[in-house]
Ligand binder design. Structure first.
Ligand code: FRU
Length: 555
C-alpha cells in the first residue's frame, strides 16, 4: 500500500512539474502558443498526429527569434500516433511554438476544442519499438516517421553511410531533413541522429556526399562534403562539410553555391573524375541534366546539358547519377547516366531510366541514339517500387553500389503503415551486359547477400510461374514467358491493395533480353524483389499481405 501511494505521489509530482513546464494559450484566428519554460527538464514534447488532419504551421521561436517552421498534422478528431520534438537545445531559453491550425471553421467548432491541445504532452522518453507487421526485417527503414530518397551515400573506414529524405514530424512527406543510418554489412543498420536540418534557404532535399581525400575544398583532408538542394521558395544548391566522418555537418557560410532561374533545379550528384582529374557534378533541371566541373567542389562551371529528345519525358527528371561501368566478359567500360523520373515509369509513376554512352568529363553522349528516340527508354527495374536510385561514393575496390527508395509517388503517402513509412531496397551492383550489339545495365544484389539465406534461388527451364502465398490465400505471382521474353509480377491478390487505385491496377511487365535460367527472389514483410539471371532483369514491388508469404510453388 505504502509503495503504491509513494508511486502515485511521485507520478502526481512529476505530472504537476511537467504541467508547469508547458503552457498553452489560445489566440485569435486559430493560433495558439505553446510555451516551454526555460527551466523545463523534459527531453521531448510529444505532438499528437492525425494523418487525415490538414497541416498546421508551427513556428519555432527561441528567445524571440524564429528558427524555422514545422508543418505538422496536429490531431483534430483522434490521435493516430505521436512524434517527438526534442527540447535539449532549448534548455535555459524561452521556447515558444506558435501554431496555426489550418481549419475550415464552418462547422462552428471552436479552436480550443481541438483534441491536440489536451493530448500534447512532455516526456523524457519516446517509444520507437517496432510494432507494425509490415516493418521489414532486413531492409533499411527510418526508426519512425516518413522517408523518401536515399541521399549522400558514401563508404569510409568499413562503414557505409546512408542519409535519406526524412520527415521527422509525421509519416507523410514534409519538413525534409537528412536522416542518417550506417551499416557495416549492408544488412544490419544502425540509426544515428539526423545530420542536416532545414534553414533559412529552405528544407534539405536530395543530394550527394564525397570524401575529399586531397582537401581540394579546403575544409580538411578526408572531410566529407555534402551538396544538397535547399528547397525554399526556389531551389538552389548548398554545401556542408563534416570533419567527424559524416556524423555532424557544418553548413558553408556562402550558401547557396549554385542558383538558377528554373523551378525544378535539384538533386546534385558529384564525383571525382580521374579522366580529367577534377570533380564533376550532374544536376536535374526540369527535363534535362546539366553537367558541371570544379577543382574545389565550391566553384562549378557548367559544361553541357543532356537529354533533349532522348528517353522518357513524361515527368520531371530527378536524382541523377553518372558512373563508368565494366562491360561483362570484355575489357571495355562505358558510362551510364542514371535519370530517375516521376511520373513516366514503365508501370506508372516513378522509376529509374538509364542511358548508356560516353563521357569525357565535359559532355555525355549516348551510344545508340535510336534506342532512346520517340520516348523509348531503358529502365533499371520494371517494378512499381524502385525509385530515386543513386550510388555510394568512395565504395571499396572500385565497387558501384546502389540503393533505391522502395515506393512510388503515386501512392507513397497512402501505404498501410503508420508508425513509419517507406523502406529502401537491398543494395545492388550495376554492370553492363551485351546482347548482340546492344548494351543493357544489370543490377546484381550486392555480394554481401550471397549465402545470407535472405533469398530464394530458383532454377528456370522455359515458361515458369512462381507463386508466393500465405495461409489466407493471398498470393504474389511471378511469370516468365519464354516466347514473349517477358517477366511479369502480379500483386492484385497479394493482400491489402485498396488504399490507392494505382497500387495493383495491372500486372507489371519487364522485357527479358537474354533467356532466363535463374530467378532470385528476396521476400520481406512488405516487399518482393525479383532478379532474373541474378540482375539482368529486375522487378521490385511492395506487398501488404495479412500474414507473411510462407509458401512458394514453382510450376
Ligand atoms: C524525388 C524527390 C527529389 C527531391 C526529393 C524531395 O523523390 O522529389 O527530386 O529532392 O524527392 O523530398
Amino acid at each position: 500500500m505504502k509503495i503504491l501511494l509513494t508511486g502515485a505521489l511521485l507520478a502526481l509530482i512529476s505530472f504537476t512539474a511537467k504541467a508547469q513546464e508547458m503552457k498553452i494559450e489560445q489566440m485569435a484566428n486559430d493560433n495558439a502558443l505553446i510555451r516551454i519554460a526555460p527551466n523545463a527538464k523534459s527531453k521531448y514534447i510529444l505532438l499528437p498526429i492525425e494523418e487525415k488532419a490538414p497541416e498546421a504551421a508551427m513556428k519555432v521561436i527561441c528567445n524571440n527569434m524564429q528558427q524555422r517552421t514545422l508543418y505538422i498534422r496536429l490531431a483534430l478528431t483522434k490521435v493516430d500516433y505521436y512524434v517527438p520534438f526534442e527540447l535539449s537545445e532549448y534548455q535555459g531559453k524561452n521556447l515558444v511554438l506558435q501554431t496555426h491550425l489550418n481549419i475550415d471553421r464552418s462547422n462552428g467548432r471552436g479552436a480550443k476544442s481541438e483534441i491536440c491541445w489536451e493530448n500534447i504532452k512532455l516526456s523524457d522518453t519516446f517509444d520507437t519499438a517496432n510494432k507494425e507487421k509490415f516493418r521489414p526485417e532486413f531492409h533499411h527503414t527510418p526508426v519512425y516517421a516518413w522517408m523518401n530518397d536515399p541521399n549522400g551515400m558514401f563508404y569510409l573506414n568499413g562503414e557505409w553511410h546512408l542519409y535519406y529524405q526524412y520527415g521527422p514530424y509525421g509519416s507523410m512527406w514534409n519538413n525534409m531533413t537528412w536522416g542518417h543510418s550506417v551499416t557495416r554489412d549492408l544488412i544490419h543498420w544502425e540509426h544515428r541522429p539526423s545530420a542536416i536540418f532545414p534553414d533559412a534557404h529552405g528544407s534539405i532535399f536530395s543530394g550527394s556526399c564525397v570524401v575529399d581525400h586531397e582537401n581540394t575544398a579546403g575544409f580538411g583532408k578526408d572531410a566529407v562534403i555534402a551538396l544538397y538542394t535547399s528547397a525554399g521558395d526556389v531551389q538552389s544548391q548548398s554545401l556542408a562539410y563534416s570533419l567527424d566522418g559524416g556524423n555532424t555537418f557544418t553548413k558553408y557560410d556562402g550558401n547557396p553555391i549554385l542558383t538558377s532561374d528554373i523551378p525544378d533545379f535539384r538533386d546534385p550528384n558529384m564525383f571525382w573524375n580521374e579522366d580529367i582529374k577534377a570533380w564533376n557534378l550532374i544536376l536535374a533541371c526540369g527535363q534535362e541534366m546539366r553537367l558541371y566541373s570544379s577543382p574545389n567542389l565550391i566553384d562549378w562551371t557548367e559544361e553541357s546539358r543532356f537529354g533533349q529528345g532522348l528517353g522518357n519525358h513524361e515527368g520531371v527528371w530527378e536524382c541523377p547519377d553518372l558512373m563508368k561501368l565494366p562491360v561483362e566478359g570484355t575489357n571495355e567500360s562505358k558510362w551510364v547516366l542514371i535519370c530517375n523520373i516521376n511520373p513516366g515509369g514503365p508501370a506508372g509513376g516513378s522509376a529509374t531510366q538509364y542511358f548508356v554512352g560516353d563521357f569525357d568529363g565535359h559532355k555525355f553522349t549516348v551510344d545508340n541514339t535510336s534506342r532512346y528516340l520517340n520516348g523509348n527508354a531503358l529502365w533499371q527495374d520494371y517494378g512499381m517500387d524502385h525509385y530515386a536510385t543513386v550510388s555510394f561514393s568512395n565504395a571499396p575496390e572500385g565497387r558501384h553500389t546502389m540503393i533505391a527508395w522502395m515506393s512510388n509517388w503515386l501512392y507513397a503517402n497512402d501505404v498501410p503503415t503508420m508508425q513509419f513509412r517507406s523502406a529502401n531496397s537491398i543494395t545492388r551492383e550495376p554492370y553492363l551486359y551485351k546482347v548482340g550489339n546492344e548494351l543493357f545495365m544489370g543490377s546484381r544484389p550486392s555480394p554481401e547477400y550471397d549465402n545470407s539465406s535472405l533469398d530464394k534461388v530458383l532454377k528456370v527451364k522455359g515458361n515458369t510461374t512462381v507463386t508466393l502465398s500465405n495461409d489466407e490465400g493471398e498470393e504474389f505471382i511471378i511469370t516468365y514467358d519464354q516466347k514473349a521474353m517477358t517477366l511479369t509480377c502480379d500483386r492484385s491478390k497479394s493482400g491489402i491493395t485498396n488504399f490507392n487505385q494505382h497500387f495493383a491496377s495491372k500486372p507489371v511487365v519487364a522485357p527479358v533480353h537474354k533467356k532466363l535460367t535463374q530467378l532470385r527472389v528476396f521476400v520481406d514483410n512488405s516487399s518482393v524483389e525479383v532478379f532474373g539471371n541474378n540482375g539482368e532483369v529486375c522487378l521490385t514491388n511492395l506487398v501488404f499481405p495479412k500474414s507473411k508469404f510462407n509458401h512458394i510453388s514453382v510450376k
